[in-house]
Design a protein around this ligand. Structure first.
Ligand SMILES: [Zn+2]
Length: 310
């Protein structure tokens, strides 16, 4: 493969390692994060219950005060009643006292209601406070226990970030942008190895989505430095290490090697039609120059490519 694709594969591998370490840290810290959320929720509920309790207490106090004032008023009316000058005045005080008593009874009910609410609220606050203490203690233990492990994983991530960034900087800018876009779309899997499912047949598929690929995909990747995309999932294709030309080629029907067109010389490696050509071109005594040119046009592009770097 050309330098751009080699750099991309290096970036891909370093990036996958970094992502795996990050995922491990996320998984390891998940329990702590869940517990932290539980403690935060309880803290909030405790705060709200406490504030409601304070409100109800203050309301109860106000009603109690009101009741006291009314009691005093009734006492006053009673003493006035005792000193009534005549029966009519006496009856007037009586009516006023009775009205006050009815009002007082309503307020007593109200006070009752507030007292009950205060009692419920106090119990709730106490319960939440106990729960909070238990969960907070659990969180502290979890943080202590996982602290060393999480720190270790974080260290690993920091260490992996260095080669990843180096590999990133080694990729030409255009290809790098493409890598980033695809990595975002495919959760890091910007690249896909081509795979040859049947050893005896020269057929390739995208190992990520299993799409059949055009037969000359191997040559394109092997001999040229351009990005080749899977026509289905659009991932950048690459040749995996376990698929060298020796393995990619099936040797039953040796094909005559093609001549290198002049236009290709000095540019990229020769345009070869199949992996057989790649193999032939690698053999020391390849009759490349001797054979007559039968340059086959590139297979129609179901694979898109962009030129590597300008
Ligand atoms: Zn694909």
């Amino acid at each position: 493969m050309g330098p751009t694709n080699v750099a991309l594969v290096k970036l891909f591998q370093a990036d996958q390692q970094l992502r795996a370490a990050q995922a491990e840290l996320d998984a390891a810290s998940k329990n702590v994060r869940v517990q932290k959320r539980r403690v935060d929720d309880l803290t909030e509920r405790h705060r709200l219950a406490q504030s409601t309790l304070m409100e109800n207490k203050s309301q109860a106090n106000n009603v109690e005060l009101d009741l006291k004032t009314r009691d005093e008023h009734i006492e006053k009316l009673r003493s006035q009643q005792q000193n009534a000058k005549n029966n009519k005045e006496y009856q007037t005080f009586l009516i006023e006292i009775n009205t006050e008593k009815v009002d007082k009874s309503k307020i007593e009910d109200e006070l009752m209601k507030y007292m009950e609410q205060v009692e419920t609220g106090q119990k709730e606050v106490a319960d939440l406070s106990t729960q909070l203490q238990v969960e907070q203690a659990k969180l502290t233990t979890m943080q202590q226990e996982s602290g060393a492990k999480l720190a270790g994983l974080q260290e690993e991530i920091d260490a992996l970030r260095v080669p990843r960034d180096e590999a990133y900087n080694a990729v030409p800018a255009k290809a790098r942008d493409m890598f980033e876009r695809l990595a975002e779309r495919h959760e890091g899997e910007a690249l896909s190895a081509i795979s040859k499912p049947d050893r005896r047949r020269e057929e390739y598929i995208c190992s990520a989505c299993n799409m059949d690929l055009v037969i000359d995909v191997y040559n394109k990747l092997h001999s040229r430095d351009e990005l080749v995309f899977c026509p289905n999932c659009r991932r950048i294709l690459y040749i995996p290490e376990d698929l060298p030309p020796e393995a990619a080629v099936h040797k039953k029907k040796p094909v005559k090697a093609k001549k290198i067109p002049d236009s290709e010389i000095g540019a990229a490696a020769p345009r070869q039609q199949s992996a057989v050509d790649v193999l032939n071109s690698l053999q020391p005594d390849s009759p490349d120059e001797a054979s007559e040119s039968s340059d086959v046009p590139e297979s129609s592009d179901s694979t898109a490519h962009s030129s590597p770097q300008n």
